[in-house]
Design a protein around this ligand. Structure first.
Ligand SMILES: *Cc1c(COP(=O)(O)O)cnc(C)c1O
Length: 477
């Protein structure tokens, strides 16, 4: 029997079950192993990747062998789904969302034109509405699920451009800070703006955009004949989780007639918690909000969201008539998502958000996020107590720190500290540069990261730092 007959393109019911069970067993194993996998294993990944460079096969091969390859692939590099992943902005990957993805692909419904799948399109619209509700957005608000925060920021900038500048827009200027995520400047460039028109407004000592400085820059630019049209606030920067003074920025933007976009890719879901809501005060004034449910809502990678207060403006920037879609009719109570987004055909992303929220309830997310806020406090307090420099109390769950050695190069010392902490395999942290200083970052987000792992990490950091100091009393050479 050839492999082609072993695996027909359309398997029968028995084979559907067997293949599904094999995959389920794989996932069960993976989730069981996950907490004990090395947080980062760069050496193994390169070797496996080499074997995977091969031409497409003419005939099929058994699923079991392919799953063995994936068994190794799932375990190399960073254990990004695991509890020790504390680098960049972690996610997690809820099991319920993985099931949703499986269902989505199996159903293969076409959700971006509502008439082809009214119930599924409504499920997605409902999930988007839940996100709008978090921020008190009005009925006429609309949103889209994107592949991530970068694409959400892109559509936000295009929407603001069309709404505020029209077709000739090269004199438009955008305001960010040096802490704003690079995807915002990238999106401005992709949307056609000159690089020099993305202005970095000075930030205060807390790393938040200074509203006075913003107002002055806007006035100067207007004087120079430019058109300030977009202020981008951050609700949780990637470096330190710093939250811009959103209400104040909203007021400056409104006075200037500018669009106010908030990049809440990291911080947005903390709005579910009491502390988060207090710290994000003013976000509800934004004209648009970027969220990344694949971060603090623990979904698998590939889920971002853009919410726009006046949904008609989102549509205005993205709608095109097409004769070949004429049978499908206009939107009704259910939106045609394609009219609000750069995309036409895509996966039914809404299920990945809807199923976990329906299954677990919002309170489960609230409690998990509250736990992360507590853990970040613990990181901050412990590192301080142990003599590290920790310049910013966490507004969310990212903590930047470094050791200041008595003598020698602090940057080199901390880079070596990070290397050795990573080598222990229990946690992956990352580094950044803030105000010219090399800083190590811990970011606690995953639903799988709990107090035990954070305490273990803090012990490892302190022990490793003490050992390094003992070796190089004057810092590494
Ligand atoms: C992660 C992040 C982004 C980019 O989102 P992607 O999903 O990686 O494309 C944008 N802004 C902030 C604040 C982020 O943390």
């Amino acid at each position: 029997m050839s492999d082609a007959t072993q695996y027909p393109l359309e398997p029968g019911p028995e084979q559907v079950r067997l293949m599904g069970e094999a995959v389920l067993a794989f996932v069960e194993d993976f989730l069981r192993d996950l907490p004990e996998l090395p947080a980062f294993d760069p050496a193994r990944s390169a070797a496996l990747a080499g074997v995977l460079r091969e031409p497409a096969p003419e005939l099929g091969s058994p699923l079991s062998g392919l799953l063995s390859t994936l068994h190794a692939a799932a375990r190399d590099g960073a254990a990004s789904a695991g509890p020790g992943y504390l680098a960049y902005v972690p996610g997690g990957g809820l099991y319920a969302a993985a099931l949703a993805d499986f269902l989505t692909a199996a159903m293969n419904k076409y959700v971006t034109v509502w008439q082809l799948a009214p119930a599924c399109a409504q499920i997605e619209a409902t999930a988007v509405r839940w996100l709008c509700d978090l921020f008190g957005y009005p009925e006429e608000a609309r949103g889209i699920l994107t592949s991530g925060g970068s694409m959400a920021n892109f559509s936000a900038i295009v929407t603001a451009r069309v709404a505020r500048l029209g077709e000739s827009f090269l004199d438009g200027t955008v305001y960010v800070t040096d802490q704003t995520h690079a995807s915002c400047a990238k999106a401005a460039l992709l949307a056609g703006f000159p690089r020099a028109h993305v202005r970095a407004v000075p930030a205060g000592p807390d790393l938040g955009m200074a509203p006075d400085a913003l107002a002055r820059m806007i006035a100067d630019d207007r004087q120079a004949g430019l058109r300030p049209f977009l202020v981008i606030g951050s609700a949780g920067t990637t470096n330190t989780g710093a939250i811009d003074p959103l209400a104040e920025l909203a007021a400056v933007a409104r006075k200037a007639g500018a669009w106010f976009h908030v990049d809440a890719a990291y911080g947005g879901p903390f709005q579910l918690t009491e502390r988060g809501r207090a710290r994000l005060r003013g976000i509800e004034l934004a004209d648009s909000i970027t969220l990344d449910p694949h971060k603090a809502l623990f979904l698998p990678y590939g889920t971002g969201a853009l919410l726009v207060r006046d949904g008609a403006l989102l549509r205005q920037a993205h709608h095109m008539d097409a004769a070949y879609l004429q049978d499908l009719g206009d939107e009704d109570d259910i939106p045609n998502f394609t009219e609000y987004s750069p995309e036409l055909t895509r996966d039914f992303r809404g299920l990945r958000l809807w199923l976990p929220i329906k299954l677990h309830g919002l309170d489960a997310f609230r409690q998990a996020l509250d736990e992360k806020l507590d853990l970040a406090e613990l990181v901050h307090d412990t590192l301080r107590k142990n003599g590290f420099e920790v310049p910013w109390r966490p507004s969310l769950t990212a903590v930047a720190f470094r050791w200041v050695p008595g003598e020698g190069d602090a940057d080199a010392f901390n880079a070596e500290l990070l290397r050795r902490v990573t080598a222990r395999g229990r946690a992956l942290l990352s580094s950044t540069r803030i105000d010219g200083r090399y800083m190590i970052r811990v970011c606690v987000v995953s639903h799988r990261t709990h107090r035990d792992r954070v305490e273990e990490l803090l012990d490892i950091v302190s022990e490793t730092c003490a050992a390094l100091q003992a070796e190089h009393p004057a810092g590494p050479q």
